[in-house]
Design a protein around this ligand. Structure first.
Ligand code: FAD
Length: 504
């Protein structure tokens, strides 16, 4: 075994083998070479939450960090490529828009592209068309096309950005194989008790059925909604965000593949929540996320089944949850990653990103056995803020609606939103300003796509646009639109790309 430094942590225990547990294990397995033992405990009898199929582009960084071959990963997980999310019926019934990955147009002389677009839209001559026409990911998604981006920054193809839809259980299996090969030890069994130091309250060991005891120095709680270590054992309280995000249940069911393989997730607003549609290579994942205060379970199930575009594969499964997060995500010698730390509904496919973010931040702030407060406080500060930033972006979709066709939408439209979101909306409503806080996940392009898609129009636009002659700007915009149109037209169809490179 390799020598370890004095004070270095030598035993890491991960409790839980869902997406969070195996993502953490695969990343922390690199510690094994440095003499650290990494043990993962999971219980097949308890099982995993078993949903979570849509991702955002940051997952590419995580996969790259682990040296994962992308074609092998796509094949192993039945994945498809995702260029964005289509939102149907969110602003009004019958209307749709796309929140694409990637950028809109190009900024000129420090003026954001959306400011130029707003000025052009205000003048109306010529009509600039939808802002999505200036984003390659958006245009390609609408046409069902996909290719990988170009590394050449001069090429329009370099502006394309993508993520995946995949089978989460197969992804966990893929990561498990990698982690075990790298020396992570998997222990099957149910944790029935937790031993703590009487003085400090630090966790010393977890006890499993059959009188087994696993000692550790650092514990990573990936036990799912139960939050076995952070919540139940260390008693870190849960802050609910139900007042802004009232959806608390979901029905989920896969269906047979039907029609072309769309390279985007679809989120359709319904009477008391929204339905997801996530196309994989071998099936389509579907679900209805709803507020139990506004619709009963049976009606929600029927609405889900009625909206499927292929035959249901089995009976729908119900999941229960509450939006919110733990007051701290790192307490004493325990870090909660995944559902044990908090939950935000999958409207913008952010849960797996938050898992990844928790893992990479833990790795960069990895503690010593002394567990000084500096690392823990910094971790909590940035992670808690990240949860809030994502929360605000999700609330925006519900609040910025014109729908008044059900009590649920009346509630969302008229509710008071968090101060931090009000501040963002205030900046936008004047001169269409969008600022990205440090460490914020969603870019100004994402905010612009959703704000405009939901019909939130600013009063005006940036006065700096006055320095750019309108006729020149119009020519520049027409050129970009034309290039994007031609580039998208030359891309392969999504399913042809998969068949050629990475079919399961
Ligand atoms: P789980 O999958 O619940 O795993 C918990 C693990 O802990 C299991 O292995 C279990 O056996 C183990 N365990 C628990 N108790 C014990 C015990 N006592 N002893 C031993 N082991 C124990 N995320 C996205 O990014 N995109 C999506 O599209 C998406 N869609 C979602 C839709 C819904 C309706 C829901 C509810 C969530 C969705 N998510 C999505 C979130 C995503 O599913 C989770 O973030 C992800 O699966 C991680 O879950 P987890 O590993 O934290 O918990």
């Amino acid at each position: 075994m390799t020598d370890t430094r004095p004070g270095q942590i030598t035993k890491v225990v991960i409790v839980g083998g869902g997406t969070a547990g195996w993502m953490a294990a695969a990343a922390l397995s690199r510690l094994v070479a440095g003499g650290v033992s990494v043990t993962l405990v999971e219980s097949e009898e308890i099982g995993t939450v078993g949903v979570g199929e849509a991702t955002i582009p940051s997952l590419l960084d995580y996969n790259r960090m682990l040296g994962i071959d992308e074609d092998a990963f796509v094949r192993a997980t039945g994945a498809t490529f995702k260029l964005g999310i289509e939102f149907r019926d969110w602003r009004r019934l019958g209307e749709a828009y796309l929140h694409p990955f990637g950028t809109h147009g190009r900024d000129i002389d420090g003026v954001s592209f959306h400011q130029l677009w707003l000025r052009q839209a205000a003048s109306g001559t010529p009509d600039p068309g939808p802002i999505g026409d200036y984003c390659l990911s958006s245009v390609a998604a609408r046409r069902g096309r996909f290719t990988r981006p170009s590394a050449n920054p001069q090429s329009v193809l370099s502006t394309l950005s993508y993520a995946f839809h995949f089978d989460a259980a197969l992804y966990a299996r893929f990561l498990r194989d990698m982690a075990e090969q790298d020396g992570v030890v998997r222990v099957e069994g149910r944790v029935v008790a937790v031993d703590r130091d009487a003085e400090t309250g630090f966790i010393e060991a977890v006890r499993l059925e059959g009188d087994r005891r696993i000692e550790g120095e650092l514990f990573v709680d990936c036990s799912g909604f139960r939050s076995l270590l952070l919540g139940e054992t260390l008693d870190v309280s849960f802050t609910s965000w139900k007042q802004w995000l009232p959806c608390d249940r979901a029905w989920a069911v896969p269906s047979a593949r039907q029609g072309p393989l769309t390279p985007y997730t679809r989120a359709t607003a319904d009477t008391a929540g929204w339905r997801w549609r996530i196309p994989l290579q071998h099936r389509v994942g579907n679900g209805y996320v709803y507020s139990s205060a506004h619709i009963d379970d049976d009606d929600a199930k029927q609405a889900l089944l009625a909206g499927l575009d292929g035959a249901a594969q089995g009976e729908p499964r119900q999941l229960r949850f509450e939006a919110g997060r733990r007051e701290r995500l790192w307490d004493r010698n325990c870090v909660a990653i995944g559902l044990s730390g908090g939950f935000l509904e999958p409207l913008e496919s952010t849960s797996i990103h938050l898992i990844q973010s928790g893992i990479t931040r833990l790795m960069s702030l990895f503690p010593d056995r002394g567990f000084g407060s500096a690392e823990r406080d910094e971790y909590n500060r940035v992670m808690l803020r990240e949860y809030e930033q994502v929360r605000d972006f999700i609330i925006l979709h519900y609040h910025a609606t014109e729908r008044s066709d059900s009590p649920f939408w009346d509630h969302c439209r008229t509710m008071t939103v968090p101060e931090s979101l009000l501040a963002k909306l205030g900046l936008w409503s004047g001169r269409a300003r969008v600022f990205r806080e440090q460490g914020e996940l969603f870019t100004p392009d994402s905010w612009v796509a959703v704000l405009l898609g939901q019909g939130v129009r600013p009063d005006s636009f940036d006065p700096l646009t006055a320095g750019l002659p309108p006729s020149e700007t119009a020519r520049f915009m027409a050129h970009i639109r034309d290039m994007i149109d031609k580039t998208a037209a030359a891309m392969p169809m999504h399913e042809d790309f998969i068949a050629q490179h990475c079919a399961a």
